[in-house]
Design a protein around this ligand. Structure first.
Ligand SMILES: [Zn+2]
Length: 404
């Protein structure tokens, strides 16, 4: 909603009205004009005028009165809803081993999905762009349409991403730093791409259809190859001024500590990320026998004290990080989102207990901590939701230009 928020500063009431009305229709699923007026405070005459424009543009459609429950109770009223066929939107999440893609209609209903394995996790810009295009082509083919039929693409990438400019300062998926990825993708894709940090898109997905639905102030912590964070304050994602905020994984937990994949030392991620644990285990054992976390877990279970101490340190570092998050933000809720099976040690009751111990103690309940086990496709759905939001905002802007 960041860009929708920006619209209000332009002072264009009509533009705001269109956005507001579309948002209300979207969240209500279907709603009569008079109820739109009640819930937005926009006058019924303006609601009628704006909804006529939106109907004319094919963004919304009328629902026959018999299809609504209100109609059965009394006077039939024509309701409005978002027109699914108005746009096809793609959401992608690039992770180290796979690109997950979901294509939805304009309502958000899934039309096709695909998970394309990646041989390399970190690559040059042109290669990543062509892999993204391939993933989109596969998914479109599955859905029986072409990549040219897409109206917008939401894309989630790990790292420091300025969503406003679609600019990547640094990502563990890219060899280069300071990449105008929006521009590079525009050269290979037929429609606008809206880029964001992947954890922000998980936060968006949690807010729209996950554990954050009933909550306007919450923090999402994602754990996979790295450690990410999404901050939702008053229902909005907080990204920081340069788009570099919420880098939980790169908060420092040790002076002159372990080397992080960002190039600095002592980051939390360098103690809890999968690559960090395997590196430590292989250095300590003087071998390269640990290629997956599963083998490290197995060694710990079999009494290997080195493996146990590496996992124990990861747990304690993570608990300390969580306590710091609570001490800074005091959120209603913390959602731990990720592939649970691979990182079970970080979701244990022991971690939560330790976190509680380090949180500043007052006579009030602590924020609840919820574990939400997402698959990669759910991250992609968050990206699609972002794409829908941005395409909506762009369409509303185009209205204004067309009317000017
Ligand atoms: Zn770092």
């Amino acid at each position: 909603m960041a860009r929708a928020g920006k619209l209000s500063s332009s002072g264009d009431q009509r533009e705001n009205g269109r956005q507001q009305i579309l948002d209300v229709i979207r969240s209500a699923e279907h709603i009569a004009r008079i109820d739109i007026a009640k819930s937005t405070g926009v006058s019924p005459a303006t609601v009628t005028a704006i909804t006529a424009e939106l109907l004319g543009a094919g963004l919304i459609e009328e629902v026959a009165p018999e299809a609504t429950s209100e109609a059965r109770r009394g006077r039939p009223r024509v309701a409005l809803r978002i027109r699914g066929a108005a746009h096809r939107i793609a959401g992608l999440k690039v992770s180290h081993h796979v690109i997950s893609t979901v294509i939805t209609d304009f309502v958000g209903n899934e039309l096709a999905s695909h998970e394309m394995p990646l041989v390399k996790g970190c690559m040059p810009v042109p290669e990543l762009c062509s892999q993204i295009r391939r993933a989109l082509e596969f998914t479109c083919q599955k859905g029986g349409f072409s990549i040219e039929d897409l109206s917008g693409i939401g894309l989630g990438l790990a790292g420091m991403v300025d969503a406003e400019r679609s600019f990547v300062y640094w990502s563990s998926s890219l060899i280069e730093r300071n990449v105008d990825l929006g521009k590079a993708l525009a050269e290979v894709l037929p429609c606008p791409v809206f880029l964001d940090n992947d954890a922000n898109l998980v936060a968006k997905a949690e807010h729209l259809f996950g554990e954050g639905r009933t909550c306007d102030n919450f923090i999402v912590i994602t754990i996979e190859h790295g450690v990410g964070m999404g901050i939702v304050i008053d229902g909005q994602i907080y990204r920081g001024t340069r788009g570099c905020g919420a880098e939980f994984g790169h908060t420092k937990v040790h002076l002159e500590g372990a080397l992080c994949q960002c190039g600095q030392r002592g980051c939390l991620e360098a103690y809890v990320g999968d690559y960090a644990l395997l590196r430590e285990a292989n250095i300590s054992s003087g071998s390269d026998r640990h290629h997956t976390l599963a083998s490290l877990f197995e060694a710990a279970e079999n009494g290997d004290s080195m493996a146990q101490s590496i996992l124990d340190r990861a747990r304690r570092m993570f608990a300390m990080g969580l306590a710091n998050v609570v001490n800074i933000f005091d959120p209603t809720r913390i959602i731990l989102a990720g592939a649970r099976l691979s990182f079970d040690h970080l979701y244990s009751g022991k971690v939560i207990d330790e976190m509680r111990h380090w949180v500043v103690q007052v006579d009030a309940p602590l924020p609840e901590v919820i574990v939400h086990d997402w698959g990669d496709l759910m991250w992609a759905k968050g990206a699609a939701a972002y794409g829908i939001e941005e395409v909506t905002a762009q369409t509303v802007k185009e209205f204004v230009h067309a009317a000017a």
